[in-house]
Design a binder for this molecule. Structure first.
Ligand code: C2E
Ligand code: MG
Ligand code: MG
Length: 517
């Protein structure tokens, strides 16, 4: 209760009941005095609150500061290449992607640069000098960048530049200038050390393909030295677009020549021995074709078989290889040798003709070779889409008395489940199983052992392909693998050498000797 008495002082009166029964505490205080106390309390409270707010703000500022520092540190780690102090690959990729996506097809080109024999610089002058060289080369190239062009060191001695597309002629001039600039440090040097570059260029004509593929294309071009059209001593430069053209030219050339080559016996059948691990005897051979081109020399099958599979010529070629194999066995029998079984590869293109085995039968009949000496190698890829078809093929092959094997087992997406269905005579373990030269990879060995054991249980012979070392061979012998086919024993070799290796003499010698007798 507030009141003022005669003394004129404005007072407050307050009473509260005490715990004691019927007793009250009555307080009377001038309002001025009470307010002074209250003001003091209020001021203290305000002060403390302000202090808390200030401390809180300081804390927030500190946190922001630390955060920013950390971010800067992270950005530095992620976005700055420690050697060149330029862009890291991560930053290059991020910005390049944005630039490429925001421009129309063909606006930009990706240039992939590799320093030739860079390892030599590191080995001869130390890694510090190596790092300095990389920074130097980076800085020289960086001088050539225009607005919205990017450069980074991708890895060790490899750089990527994203440049605005200019004509091939201009790009070559651009690269020549860079190469000359890089090597300008030699000018007054008595002992010169030239830095040579390999370069691949991809004009990004499809901005929607992923950046990795764009980089892949520039890399593919860089590595394909055959496409090089430059005569500068210090750099090679290949344009991706030229590769496509080169490939098409090469294919056209093959297409023009293939029939004639077949007639001229330019396709040569090499034999690679299969060796029995119990006694190290040659107990079989795989027929592997090569193209002995009068101009281009000996061409490996991987250079022409994929194309012949596309244009269908593989069917003729497989028949040819089969015929040559039959002729070899015929010759061995006629010469009184114990004939060695030969296996031939079989392309999926044959499956388009349901009477595909007729031709094989006719050829076999022509040479009158026991069918069990001939083996047809099927690959897993034949069966991807149609297991039933494969089962039929195997049945037909067996009906004709030929042997049948599953080639490259384990190289693709082999299905163990499928093995229970297919009744091949031999399982050929792909060389992918033998990655360790010392045969000491425990997990790998578990897998190999299991597959060999599985083949045994399924009544199949096992042949390990691509065995390159004695240790691998000994290991395979220990785990009872039946045969090996690999460089450790022999590469694929011409017929005469195979005969000498297998029968201890060339069969022509035998004939001559017989004739002399
Ligand atoms: P493939 O049928 O799996 O033949 C085995 C390949 O492995 C051969 O390559 C052989 O030289 C290679 N090889 C054998 N041992 C080793 C080794 O120890 N280390 C390494 N690194 N490689 C080894 P090649 O002769 O170049 O043949 C490649 C492929 O071309 C063959 O693989 C086969 O798929 C195909 N091919 C070859 N000739 C013919 C053919 O007449 N017709 C068909 N359709 N395909 C064929
Ligand atoms: Mg094969
Ligand atoms: Mg194989």
């Amino acid at each position: 209760m507030y009141f003022t008495l005669d003394d004129g002082i404005y007072k407050a009166m307050h009473y509260v009941p005490l715990e004691e029964e019927n007793l009250y505490l009555l307080s009377i205080v001038p309002v001025k005095v009470a307010n002074a106390q209250f003001d003091l309390l209020l001021k203290k409270a305000v002060f403390i609150n302000i202090l808390i707010i200030i401390l809180f703000l300081l804390l927030i500022i500190l946190i922001i500061f630390i955060n920013r520092k950390n971010r800067e540190q992270l950005i530095k780690i992620a976005y700055v290449d420690p050697v060149t102090k330029g862009y890291s690959k991560a930053r290059f990729d991020m910005e390049a992607k944005a630039i490429i996506e925001s421009t129309s097809a063909g606006t930009y080109s990706l240039v992939s640069i590799n320093i030739n024999k860079f390892k030599l610089i590191n080995d001869s002058f130390g890694s510090d000098a190596g790092d300095k060289t990389l920074k130097y080369i980076h800085d020289v190239i960086a001088n050539y960048l225009e607005r919205e062009e990017l450069l980074c060191r991708v890895s060790n001695d490899q750089f990527n530049i994203l440049i605005k597309t200019i004509s091939q002629k201009e790009i070559l001039k651009y690269i020549e200038n860079i190469t000359n600039d890089i090597n300008s440090f030699n000018k007054d040097k008595e002992c010169k050390y030239f830095i040579a570059l390999s370069i691949g260029v991809y004009k990004i004509d499809d901005p929607n393909i992923p950046l990795v593929s764009i980089q892949d294309r520039a890399n593919v071009a860089r590595k394909n030295i055959k496409g090089n059209t430059v005569t500068h001593p210090l750099y090679t430069c290949v344009f991706y677009s030229d590769l496509e053209r080169l490939r098409m030219l090469k294919e056209k050339e093959m297409e023009n020549r293939m029939e004639e080559a077949l007639d001229n016996n330019e396709f040569v059948v090499y034999l690679q021995p299969k060796v029995d691990l119990k006694n190290n005897n040659i107990v079989g051979a795989e027929a592997l074709v090569r193209w002995q081109d009068p101009d281009r020399g000996l061409i490996p099958p991987n250079d022409f078989i994929p194309f012949f599979e596309k244009n269908g010529f593989i069917i003729k070629l497989d028949h040819y290889v089969f015929e040559k194999s039959c002729a070899m066995i015929r010759k061995w029998i006629d010469n009184g040798e114990t004939p060695i079984p030969i296996s031939v590869n079989f392309s999926r293109a044959h499956l388009n003709n349901k009477d595909f085995l007729e031709k094989y039968k006719t050829i076999r009949d022509k040479y009158d070779v026991p069918a069990k000496l001939l083996e047809i190698e099927l690959t897993e890829t034949l069966i991807f889409d149609n297991l039933q078809m494969l089962l039929n093929v195997i049945d037909q092959i067996h009906e004709e008395g030929f042997q049948c094997s599953l080639d490259d087992f384990g190289s693709g997406y082999s299905s163990l489940n499928m093995l229970k269905e297919i009744k091949v005579d031999t399982l050929k373990l792909d060389r992918a199983f033998f990655s360790s030269p010392n045969a000491d990879n425990v997990s790998e060995n578990y897998v190999i052992e299991s597959v060999v054991e599985l083949a045994k249980k399924l009544n199949m012979n096992s042949v390990s392909e691509g065995v390159e070392t004695i240790l691998q061979m000994e290991y395979l012998k220990k785990i009872n693998c039946d045969m090996i086919q690999g460089y450790v024993f022999s590469k694929p070799i011409p017929q005469e050498i195979f005969e000498k290796m297998t029968f201890g003499k060339t069969l022509d010698e035998v004939n001559t000797n017989d004739a002399v007798k």
